[in-house]
Design a protein around this ligand. Structure first.
Ligand code: GLU
Ligand code: ZN
Length: 307
C-alpha cells in the first residue's frame, strides 16, 4: 500500500490568460504545460481570467479563449474565476500590507520617474517623504523591498534569484489609476485558489521574486514555479497578442507541434512526435498526460517556432 503524506497538499495548477485577444500559440504552450503537469500529477487545473486591468480587456475575448481551449480538448475544474470579481480580496491584502508599514504612497510623475530612474529601477524618491494619504486618488502605492537575495528553484530553469533593491527597486502594488498591480493581484489570486504549482512563460520569471516577497509579507505559502521557454519568430519577436500573433488552430497538428516545442515525445535519438501517431485529440492528450516529463522541457529563455 502506498502511504500518502497528509502534509502533502493535493496538486492545484492553473492557467491565467489575460482577455486581451485570441488564444495564440504562445498562450497555448502555457496552457498545455500547466495542464499536462497538473493532470500527470492527478491534480486540479483551474482557469482564471486576468482582467484586473479593464482598460486592456478586449470584449468577448474571454469567450474566444475559452472556446479555443475547449476545442483543443482541455477540461478544467471548478468555476472560472475573474480577477474583476475579486476586488475585495485585493483590498484586504493591500490593507494588510499597509499595516506592516512596508508600503508608502508615491506621487512621482511619469516624467520624474523617467529622469531619475535608470533601467526602470525606482530610486525610492518618495520612500521617506511620509506621504501617508494612502487613499489619495492621485498616488500609487509602493512596497519597500529588502536588500537581500530572493531566490527559488524553478522546476525548469533551475535556480533563479534577484536582489529587489538592485534589480527593481520599490515596486508598485496599487497604481495611480486605481488598479491593483499585476504582482499583487496574482499573488492574492493564487493564494485564494490554493494554487500549489505555477507553470507559465519565461517572461514572468523575473516577476517571481517580487511575488515571493509579497507572499512572505502576506504570510502566504509559496507555490512551486516552472517557467517554460517563450516561442519567438525567426525575427526574434515573441508570439503574443502585442505582436499580433495569429489565433491558434485547435487541430491535432498544432497540439503536437506545441508538445514538441515543450520537449515531449520519445527519448533522445528517436524520431519526434508526429500527428500521424495519434487517432484523435483525446488519444494525444492521453499520451501527453501519461508521458509528461517536465525535466524534458528545454531549459531556455526562448525557442524559434514557425507557426
Ligand atoms: N495573465 C498573465 C499573462 O497572461 C499570466 C499570469 C500568471 O501566469 O501569473 O501573462
Ligand atoms: Zn514617488
Amino acid at each position: 500500500m502506498t502511504k500518502t503524506n497528509p502534509e502533502q497538499k493535493k496538486y492545484r495548477g492553473r492557467f491565467a490568460p489575460s482577455p486581451s485577444g485570441e488564444l495564440h500559440f504562445g498562450s497555448l504552450l502555457a496552457a498545455m504545460a500547466s495542464y499536462a503537469d497538473a493532470r500527470h500529477h492527478n491534480g486540479c487545473w483551474l482557469l482564471r481570467i486576468d482582467d484586473i486591468d479593464q482598460a486592456r480587456v478586449v470584449k468577448y475575448s474571454d469567450q474566444h479563449i475559452l472556446n479555443a481551449l475547449e476545442q483543443c480538448g482541455f477540461s478544467w475544474d471548478e468555476n472560472i474565476s475573474y480577477q474583476s470579481q475579486c476586488i475585495n480580496q485585493y483590498h484586504a491584502a493591500l490593507q494588510k500590507i499597509n499595516q506592516t508599514e512596508l508600503s508608502y504612497s508615491c506621487t512621482c510623475s511619469r516624467k520624474q520617474l523617467k529622469t531619475f530612474s535608470s533601467h526602470g529601477i525606482y530610486p525610492g524618491l518618495c520612500r521617506d517623504k511620509g506621504i501617508s494619504d494612502i487613499d489619495d486618488n492621485k498616488s500609487a502605492i509602493r512596497v519597500k523591498v529588502p536588500s537581500e537575495n530572493i531566490s527559488f528553484i524553478d522546476q525548469i530553469q533551475q535556480k533563479y534569484g534577484q536582489n529587489l533593491t538592485h534589480d527593481t527597486g520599490d515596486f508598485i502594488i496599487y497604481r495611480r489609476d486605481n488598479v491593483f498591480s499585476y504582482q499583487l493581484s496574482v499573488v492574492v489570486d493564487d493564494f485564494y485558489s490554493g494554487i500549489t504549482h505555477v507553470v507559465r512563460g519565461y517572461d514572468l520569471l523575473d516577476s517571481t521574486p517580487k511575488q515571493i516577497f509579497l507572499q512572505k509579507i502576506l504570510d502566504y505559502p509559496q507555490p512551486h514555479y516552472a517557467h517554460i521557454p517563450l516561442a519567438v519568430t525567426e525575427e526574434n519577436i515573441k508570439l503574443s497578442k502585442l505582436s499580433h500573433a495569429r489565433k491558434v488552430n485547435c487541430d491535432l497538428k498544432t497540439l503536437v507541434l506545441a508538445a514538441r516545442f515543450l520537449g515531449q515525445g520519445p527519448g533522445q535519438g528517436q524520431r519526434g512526435l508526429d500527428h500521424k501517431d495519434f487517432d484523435n485529440k483525446d488519444d494525444f492528450w492521453q499520451y501527453l498526460i501519461t508521458h509528461w516529463d517536465i525535466n524534458r522541457v528545454p531549459k531556455m529563455e526562448k525557442q524559434v517556432i514557425m507557426y
